[in-house]
Structure formats: structure tokens, C-alpha cells
Design a protein around this ligand. Structure first.
Ligand code: ZN
Length: 125
């Protein structure tokens, strides 16, 4: 394909294809050259895609999911926000990192649920 024929749309399609391909591709273990199988592993409470060697149990995390874990690690430590006021209601801005990670969009629903006197849960509806 000529570079001049690349448009943002077909670049995006190619990136999506590459992302599918890396998951579908055959991966060999660096220790013993054995074909690694797809696996789901739970790391710090989060389910991530990985490839696992049936012979030596070497596990390699999917790079996309590993990146997602790094973001989640930042979120679990908390990001301070200020309370604002809009009419009679109080409002809190949701930081971009949270909105992206939890797929929260304008107009989307959230459920607030009390935990104890100083904590409450915000659940994506
Ligand atoms: Zn191995």
C-alpha cells in the first residue's frame, strides 16, 4: 500500500487488525521454544489476557492488558477531586483517567451506594 493512500480511517483499521493478530498469533516460549497457549490470569484482582507455556508455566501478559493494569494501579491509589455546586446539587468532576478506564460518558448512568460514614461506592450502571 502506498503511503499516500493511508487515511486516518484505514490506519485505524490496520491498528485494530494488528491488535487482533497479536492475540491470535502463535507465540513461542523463550525458555524452551514450546508453543504458548492463551490464558486468562488474575493479577491483583484484575483479569488479564496472557500466553502461558504448557511445559515450564512461563506466563507473558498481553501488552494491552499490561498497560491497562498500570492505569488501574494509578486509579486504585485514588485521585483527589473537589466538590462543586450546580444549582441546589453538589457535583464532582470525574477525572479523564477514570472516565476512560470505566467507559463513563456524558449522559451515562452511575449508581451511588453508601458504604459507611465516610465512604460511598460509585458504580458504573
Ligand atoms: Zn516454556
Amino acid at each position: 500500500m502506498l503511503v499516500s493512500s493511508l487515511t486516518p480511517k484505514n490506519i485505524s483499521e490496520r491498528v485494530m487488525k494488528m491488535k487482533r493478530d497479536i492475540w491470535e498469533a502463535e507465540h513461542l516460549c523463550q525458555n524452551d521454544n514450546c508453543k504458548m497457549g492463551k490464558a486468562k490470569v488474575v493479577v491483583e484482582g484484575m483479569s488479564v489476557r496472557a500466553w502461558k507455556c504448557p511445559k515450564c508455566n512461563e506466563t507473558v501478559l498481553h501488552p494491552e492488558d499490561a498497560q491497562k493494569m498500570l492505569v488501574f494501579n494509578k486509579l486504585r491509589h485514588g485521585i483527589p477531586v473537589k466538590v462543586g455546586k450546580l444549582g441546589e446539587a453538589l457535583m464532582v468532576r470525574i477525572p479523564k483517567e477514570f472516565a476512560q478506564f470505566y467507559s463513563i460518558e456524558k449522559g451515562g448512568g452511575l449508581i451511588l451506594k453508601g458504604e459507611d460514614e465516610s465512604r460511598f461506592e460509585v458504580k458504573v450502571a
